[in-house]
Design a protein around this ligand. Structure first.
Ligand code: ATP
Length: 241
């Protein structure tokens, strides 16, 4: 019952400033069940490369095209809070969870655009998500609000992409030099690919007693403390519903 409620203090507002300097804000959405190095390492490398001041880690609410997360939303947030201790640019953002609706990227980007009209937004996705982009609702309108940066992901190649994506990239893809600032550009990042997936981790975590290489230590500590992903807890997801 009340486990569905997301009770969280909003102590850190969106950065608002009177300064004329443009703020560069990245958004990484995901199920984060759990968050792992495949999310965090590339995004940190990109933050250094493009001088992003803030990276919003945005857990999705009941993604319509996927199975429900295995752990409670409060634990997905807890694991993200643990990961956020790794770098001060990380900001855990429960906006999509608070909407209580299946997450869609277009309303999310409109929200960020309204909250930070003077900021430059970068929406970060993995190559697997790019290949799937034409399935997203109103996908062509997403580029009205943000630049998109695509993290390489082992096992996913652009050669597998559909004609409408090829066309999109012909129109919007830019080099690293042209990427910073503006809106509607796509950059295929050249950072080191990280071979990790939450699906694989969930399977491993049933039996693990030591922190796996794919997980940051603070996230492992959180998982251990709350005994997540252990065999006996696999019915946690039902509590989200
Ligand atoms: P699952 O295995 O449960 O499907 P996941 O590991 O793909 O989960 P998500 O939380 O669904 O993780 O991913 C959020 C975003 O991060 C997506 O855009 C996804 O493409 C990207 N991503 C996840 N893992 C990697 C990785 N190893 N390399 C690059 N991008 C990744």
């Amino acid at each position: 019952f009340f486990s569905k409620e997301i009770v969280r203090l909003h102590l850190i507002p969106m950065p608002k400033t009177n300064s004329t300097a443009t703020r560069h804000i990245a958004i990484l959405g995901g199920t984060f069940d759990p968050v792992h190095w495949g999310h965090l390492k590339p995004v940190l490398a990109l933050a250094d490369q493009f001088d992003w001041q803030r990276i919003h880690l945005l857990p999705t609410c009941a993604p319509p095209h996927r199975a429900q997360p295995q752990v409670l939303d409060t634990h997905r947030l807890g694991m993200l809070d643990a990961a956020a201790t790794l770098d001060s640019r990380f900001h855990v953002d429960d906006w999509e969870l608070r909407q209580g609706l299946p997450s869609r990227t277009l309303p999310t980007l409109k929200h960020f655009h309204q909250e930070c009209p003077d900021a430059c937004l970068y929406f970060v996705i993995g190559m697997d998500s790019l290949l799937n982009l034409p399935e997203w609702l109103h996908w062509e309108r997403l580029f009205d609000y943000a630049n998109f940066v695509v993290m390489p992901r082992p096992g996913y190649q652009l050669e597998q992409c559909r004609p409408e994506l090829t066309e999109l990239l012909q129109q919007r893809q830019v080099s690293a030099d042209e990427f910073r600032g503006g809106v509607g550009k796509i950059y295929l990042a050249e950072c080191e690919p990280v071979d990790s997936s939450a699906t694989e981790l969930r399977e491993q975590l049933v039996n693990l007693t030591e922190c796996p290489a794919m997980l940051p230590e603070p996230v492992w500590d959180y998982i251990r403390t709350h005994n997540l992903y252990a065999m006996s807890n696999n019915n946690d997801a039902a509590l989200n519903n």
